[in-house]
Write a protein that binds this ligand. Sequence first.
Ligand code: ADP
Ligand code: GLC
Length: 480
Amino acid sequence: MRALAVASEVFPLIKTGGLADVAGALPGALAEHGIEVATLVPGYPAVMRQLGETRLAHRFDDLLGAPADVLAARVGGLDLFVLDVPELYDRLGGPYTDAGGLDHPDNWRRFAALAKAGAAIGQGAIAGFQPDIVHSHDWQAALAPVYLAASNRPRPKTILTIHNLAFQGNYPYNIFPQLGLPPTNWSIEGVEYYGNVGFLKGGLHACDIATTVSPTYADEIVTPEGGMGLDGLLQGRGERLVGIVNGIDTAVWDPQTDAAIAKPYAARSLRERAHNKRALEGEFGLRREDGPIFAVVSRLTWQKGLDLVADICDDLVARGVRLVVVGSGEAMIEGAFLAAHARHPDLIGVRIGYDETLSHRVQAGADAILIPSRFEPCGLTQLYGLRYGCIPVVAKVGGLADTVIDANYAAVSADAATGVIFSPPSAGALLKAVDRTLRLYQDQKTWRKMQNAAMKADVSWRKSAKLYADLYRDLLREQP
Ligand code: ADP
Ligand code: GLC
């Protein structure tokens, strides 16, 4: 079986968040189920630079107004189709924003083109590559099922995975004529969304199956509180909306072989982990003392609830907790952490920015990772925390609730606990969770058992890749 994945980011070529990790790891996991995946990504400068040898797989004379090449390449074990359209992708900044952090004004065209190319490849544009499934990720790829459903030629089955419902790709109605969709698509069954064009909305309507990245998030998004305006549509999809929890690439994230960390370790050699804690203290200029180090590695945004951590920095220090923060995002939250660092320079370390290898050293050296998200479709940092014995302290939402076992009395008695779960996402509840975490930490025997259980938890793609593979197979059995 063959699948085309369509994604706006893919690790290790280009990453702003968890989507890239998923798009980078799922193909390898599906290969073990006999599914061959090629991934279509935009040819941003960062991607083009890393391609090495390429082959011209297809040329569009006119892809939404511009000539476009599809280059085939193999990088880091991934089969890639790279959409090379300098006019759309060859520019400064990140995948979505300019160097100043503002959205590119033509993002609708940049990602409609990606989806349209995906749909064309789905219908055989590349000789020798006919996918059975086109699997789109998030709003940036969501029009692929729309283009395919609108075509009157045979088409592959379509899956659309929601990684974050907060980003929907909504644009003014006047772009509609430029999308190259039939006029009938301007309707409630098409891309029309409260008088605007909704990329994700249209895709969720048109796809054969919609998935999201955890069962709890799948439950949350069919409610008015969690549905972000799309709950009605999602509820209407019934059994055609499925929650499958993300895995992680256990080769990239392996404390036994990780080249980024000071000292490799395993569950049975947890004592070695102390070297990584010392190294982390050194890297952040923290005072060396006995207490725990808590960590944050995240986009610093309202979704992630990191204003709540900023609010309790002084309380953490008062309890003998040191804190390291790696992240960037909203200016208010960045400022609050920098101010906390200024107040406690040798107890709170802050790195504003994005640093992949540093994120490994944090997971290897810190004692616990704080994830007080207000909503969290899946979350990967708690999975990295589990794998590295860095105990996750998480809000009871979405995938966080699905992947961490709270250290309640029964779980601790059964040596099953892997973290601390709290609710609701508020500064008060977070502080209580911190106190509970500290009590567990002070009982080092219990703490070791939790680290052991965490490191033993299966956070790989094994189970979830099987669920995706079954889903693909079920879809192919359905009538065209
Ligand atoms: P989201 O995709 O919503 O940001 P996830 O938890 O799914 O959240 O994925 C975040 C990914 O980005 C993880 O791999 C995490 O380690 C990484 N990450 C986030 N911020 C940073 C940062 N400042 N430096 C390095 N890695 C980061
Ligand atoms: C999104 C979500 C995050 C999820 C990631 C990968 O960025 O915010 O919860 O883990 O996608 O699916």
